[in-house]
Design a binder for this molecule. Sequence first.
Ligand code: GLY
Length: 320
Amino acid sequence: MKLQSSRAARLSTAVLPLLLSACAGLHSEAAESIPLVVSTWPFGKIANDIAIADLIEGRPRLDAVEAGIREIERQSCDGSVGLGGRPNAAGYAQLDACIMDGPGARAGSVAAVEGIVHPITAARRVMENTKHVMLTGEGARWFALSQGLESVPVEDLEAKKRAWRDNGNGAEGKREGHDTIALLVLDGDRHVAGGCSTSGAGGKLPGRVGDSPILGSGLYVDEAVGAAGATGRGENVMRHCGTFLIVELMRSGLHPRAACEEAIHRIASKDPLGYRLDICFIAIDKQGRFGAAASNQRFPFAVTTAGRSEIRYVEPVRQR
Ligand code: GLY
């Protein structure tokens, strides 16, 4: 009972100002009410709604990031995230994830991990329970198991791996599209955090790591500036440190949307692919502004505050 009433008090202290600001119509790309959650793709709205509820209840921002992304991993949304995501060339999923907190620039990441149900949780455990930032493959799985994280057996994968190798499949398999959940949070105290999770490019070579677990590529968070996340063809993000670039562009004064667009122009200007990059970015800044940009497709992303949760769209950038 006591617990309930203190929780209710905490909730009303947290919610009232938020509702007031939402009623005041602070919903535009110019200035958002906080807390604010922005993520990639329409399925991001599922994650945002979970994350914003946590933030409104006063839970830590990293809990909000993790809880939102866990749900996308659980549902394997778009067949692109979690163990139900796109298989690699040998027919099984290898997952990538990372998490980063603004204060202290703390971060954790796992790459090419097999049979772990929630790689975002494994990434957070790397950040909180080791002196490292990134664990890969078998070591990442061993660590996740040692932390008691939910897993499935991978023994049956050995047969798949052997069959793939025995058939001389050294070349890259058929590539299929894929989506990544990147989720950015500005909490009620204006601290930033973010996370990212994916099964990566369908048909990728076993062992391939994409941009998502690489800090500065699939995700970057800077407590002084804001945060950025990426989705799309990881190779075309990680060769250019895409999200680090966006954060630096915001630091120099650009609006998050302009920073995302400028990053795509810069990458396109030096990449042989030009604008055929198949990449999309989202970003938020410390003022509670947000934006997104896409190289060559219409890109839906999810934006959520206490008062509203919606899917927005950006058209491909206008080529220079
Ligand atoms: N952006 C996810 C990947 O390329 O793996």
